[in-house]
Ligand binder design. Structure first.
Ligand code: 6PG
Length: 248
């Protein structure tokens, strides 16, 4: 399902409302809410809205468990850190027990950090493979999501929940969850805004490219819902209207 909103602010508000309603639903059903946060810049405003009234006061923070889909291997106070961004925008402002915040730590090495994060997931989802209640994702302008980049051998990793990747041209490694983990989630929502994403969004949603060249296409929940929350500019090149709903 693709929902097209007027602008980035409305996309952020819709994503924050989705977080709040899924948190309440999951806590009522099973006593806890496991959410996977996206990195990048697009979700920052959503996180800020969650940190403010009225949503802040509606969310049962005592039962929320926060995870990340990927991390850039930089110090926590580096502006590029995904966990750092979420802490500044959201986590520092809500009554979430610190033990329920599960950042990806790339220490002592990215590989060991990836293995340690798989162990964190194993301990939390004690009954079997991870099933997040909600996964938030972003879309890179060449079709990546998480830290799964076009053509990378990490795209073929199916037996591990986490792996190390490197984006060409960057001076840091990354640790990322793999697509099979995301595909077990109950609800996955991509947040995509701006005209700079319009062409790749059309390619991902309506093109025929091999998912290994367009990693966002690897995201296909097996038994869950896939939502695209996009603004008008990002959605401006979409042609097939059957899956598009205009909330306003
Ligand atoms: C990261 C991400 C990545 C991101 C997209 C979109 O750590 O880089 O998790 O997958 O979501 O690159 O980023 P923007 O929201 O900044 O466009």
């Amino acid at each position: 399902m693709i929902r097209v909103y007027a602008d980035p602010e409305e996309v952020s508000a819709a994503a924050a409302a989705l977080f709040a309603s899924e948190a309440c639903r999951a806590v009522a059903r099973q006593g806890r809410f496991a959410v996977l946060l996206a990195g990048g810049t697009t979700p920052r405003r959503c996180y800020e809205l969650l940190a403010q009234a009225p949503l802040r006061d509606r969310i049962p923070w005592g039962e929320v468990h926060v995870f990340w889909g990927d991390e850039r291997c930089v110090p926590g106070d580096d502006p590029r850190s995904n966990a750092g961004m979420a802490r500044r925008a959201l986590l520092h402002h809500v009554p979430l027990p610190p033990a329920q915040v599960h950042p990806i730590v790339c220490e002592p090495s990215p590989q060991e950090g990836a293995e340690a994060y798989a162990a964190v997931l194993r301990a939390f989802f004690a009954d079997g493979p991870p099933r997040f209640d909600l996964v938030l994702l972003g879309l890179g302008d060449e079709g990546h999501t998480l830290s799964l980049f076009p053509g990378d051998s990490a795209l073929g990793v199916r037996e591990c929940w986490t792996t190390v990747t490197h984006r060409r041209g960057e001076d840091m490694d990354r640790v990322t969850l793999t697509a099979p983990v995301i595909n077990r989630a109950a609800q996955v929502a991509f947040l995509v805004t701006g005209e700079g994403k319009a062409a790749i969004l059309r390619e991902v949603l309506e093109g025929g490219a091999d998912p290994h060249q367009l990693p966002a296409r690897l995201v296909r929940p097996e038994d869950g819902e896939l939502l695209w929350l996009v603004d008008r500019k990002a959605g401006s090149l979409l042609r097939h209207e059957s899956n598009i709903s205009l909330p306003r």
